[in-house]
Design a protein. Structure first.
Length: 86
């Protein structure tokens, strides 16, 4: 099976990574793809983050249940979802 890298800058990066790791280009690309795949699959969705933040504040989202969200929970939720600290 063959993968062709047509972009020179990507080829350079693959070669640099292989040299840094002391592995073949194939192994360097494989490791980079595995790391990227794991990062993508571990990433939480905004709704998962929201559920966690609200659960910390004692608000559990259940089908049909309605409970107002406190101002502090809303503030934290808003900032966590957009990636701000405060």
């Amino acid at each position: 099976m063959t993968v062709t890298i047509r972009k020179q800058s990507v080829d350079r990066l693959a070669r640099r990574l292989a040299t840094l790791r002391g592995v073949t280009i194939t192994n360097a690309v494989e490791g980079a793809l595995e790391a990227a795949f794991l990062a993508e699959t571990r990433r939480k969705s905004p709704s998962e983050i929201a559920r966690e933040i609200l659960a910390e504040r004692g608000v559990v989202l259940a089908p049909g249940a309605r409970k107002p969200v406190t101002q502090s929970a809303y503030h934290d939720l808003d900032h966590d979802l957009i990636g701000e600290d405060d």
